[in-house]
Design a protein around this ligand. Structure first.
Ligand code: TXE
Length: 494
């Protein structure tokens, strides 16, 4: 049986890669290929950036005002809402995440387009009360030009929305490159972009591998900005290349987030928070609470409760609503997680749950790994320091607040942190002392279009979501107009 063949979108036209080559994308549940994706290279990068550049400089988009851009974004939001179910099915098929989560995500997705659509015509310049006489000085916010959005496989359409919505609201044009493991949803979404009425070339979608089309896009001299979400190593490569071209970047990279349970917490709630932090999305999230710091006085009781709860997690077919833990999305990720389980064992940590691949026969032939909990973990162990990006939890005991803060911050990352306590004093002080872009107290894994998201330290640069994120796609211009009747001395700085 031949597989459906998808096409890329460049300058309003659907077409194959310039080379005509394709590659297979698989269904992580079955491990079977199910579609063919164009394998783009430098020639496609050139065509896509040229189309985006032409649309930015001379196309109808250049003459579109902010209110019109807002209306287009809201129309796109409506179309997404109408197509949420079909897009969720595609995501599940291509990335193996749960239908329950993907449907919630695709239904939530329109909010990014409504929010930034609404914001588009509220970005105002200022009139500067300048100290200079005889001059009128004001500011304007202007788009950067051609932006490139590089997206990973774990939440393809959601993470794309975080980039696309503010970039378009600000008036940029864009080239989108989804992950080679999950390209289909972006291509299907491209049909809605067309239907919404965005002029050709405003949004271009190309597919392929990071080191091929990805690198070619980042290097292209006509690209003004790269918005990247992915792993730290690829992020560093993108940053180096962007630096050579003096380009703007936002980077959202990984994490090793501490989820801290104090002895005054409501333990049942904290157990659910710990589970949601590491086993939701099969642990494949940048905000995974992969280091669980538990106060010594409740350590054993808490671990017992946690293991009992985690044991009930229903693993299986991600397209069923009752499933709670799905497969691992990519083959390299599957191998990486199993390697880290072996590393944890060799470092002397104790496995109290899981620790091996799940029975393939029982679970659709795909890439399943049992929810795994290590206890007796020291914070300097590799399983406590390196991002695993899978259902593997390291439990680390601590004595008091001082030690909790020290261990929590002893990491190269700083994306998120969780705190479980009933003490308001403790909540406020911990939120202040934890070095992370997001701190959750008595909750975990909450994100919204309204609230800034991004990393401290090696977890990233810049912020996504929230009103300020639009400025990541704008540049400020200062305009001086003389109101003087006489021209002052031309040899002296005005
Ligand atoms: O990510 P990559 P991978 C972490 C996680 C995971 C590791 C590797 O720890 O195990 O990264 O995952 C594109 N120029 N995260 O290999 O390579 C690539 O094609 C331009 C955390 O899947 O970072 C894809 O579109 N583009 C993360 C995107 O970058 C390049 C989510 C992400 O892929 C490129 C995913 C290059 N040189 C993985 N190299 C998070 N922060 O949520 C790669 N790409």
């Amino acid at each position: 049986m031949s597989l459906p063949k998808y096409e890329i979108l460049i300058g309003g036209k659907w077409r194959a890669a310039a080379s005509g080559e394709t590659f297979e994308t698989d269904n992580p549940y079955t491990g079977e290929p199910w579609a063919l994706i164009p394998r783009c290279g430098a020639a496609d990068a050139e065509a896509a950036v040229e189309a985006a550049s032409e649309a930015f400089e001379t196309g109808p988009w250049a003459g579109t005002n902010a209110s019109q851009r807002g209306a287009l974004l809201r129309r796109l939001g409506d179309l997404l809402a109408e197509n949420a179910e079909a897009l969720a099915q595609t995501e599940v098929r291509d990335n193996g995440k749960l239908i329950a989560e993907m449907l919630a995500q695709t239904r939530y997705l329109p909010q990014w387009y409504y929010y930034y659509g609404g914001l588009a015509d509220k970005i105002e310049g200022g009139v500067i009360p300048t100290d200079k006489a005889g001059v009128f000085n004001y500011t304007r916010w202007e788009p950067l030009g051609v932006c490139v959005a590089i997206v990973p496989w774990n939440s393809p359409l959601l993470i794309l929305a975080w980039k696309l919505a503010p970039a378009l609201a600000a008036g940029n044009t864009i080239v989108v490159k989804p992950s080679e493991f999950t390209s289909v949803s972006a291509l299907e979404f491209g049909r809605l972009i067309e239907k919404a009425g965005f002029p050709p070339g405003v949004v271009n979608i190309v597919t392929g591998f990071g080191g091929e089309i990805g690198a070619a896009l980042v290097e292209h001299p006509k690209v003004a900005k790269i918005a990247f979400t992915g792993g730290e190593m690829s992020g560093a490569r993108v940053y180096e290349s962007a630096a050579r071209g003096l380009k703007h970047v936002t980077l959202e990279l990984g994490g090793k987030s501490p989820n801290i349970v104090f002895d005054d917490a409501i333990l049942e709630d904290a157990v659910k928070g710990a589970i949601s932090g590491i086993f939701a999305a099969t642990g494949q999230t940048c905000i995974a609470g992969s280091r669980l710091l538990v106060q010594k006085s409740i350590h054993n009781e808490f671990v017992d409760k946690l293991v009992a709860f985690a044991r009930t997690a229903k693993m299986g077919d991600p397209s069923l609503f009752e499933t709670q833990v799905g497969p691992v999305t990519t083959p390299p990720q599957y191998r990486k997680i199993l390697d880290y389980i072996a590393i944890g064992k060799s470092e002397g940590a104790d496995i109290v749950l899981g620790g091996k691949p799940a029975d393939k026969e029982k679970f659709g032939g795909g890439r399943f790994i049992e929810p795994t909990i290590f206890t007796g973990v020291g914070n300097r162990m590799r399983i406590a320091q390196e991002e695993i990006f899978g259902p593997v939890l390291s439990v680390i005991p601590f004595a008091d607040e001082e030690e909790a803060v020290r261990v929590a911050n002893d990491t190269i990352y700083g994306l998120a942190a969780g705190v479980w306590t009933q003490s308001i004093r403790r909540a406020v002080l911990m939120a202040e002392r934890l070095k992370a872009g997001t701190v959750w107290v008595n909750t975990y894994r909450a994100v919204s279009f309204t609230s800034p998201f991004g990393g401290y330290k090696r977890s990233g640069i810049g912020r996504e979501n929230g009103a300020d994120a639009i400025y990541e796609y704008l540049q400020q211009k200062s305009v001086w107009i003389s109101t003087a009747t006489e021209v002052p001395n031309p040899f002296v700085l005005r």
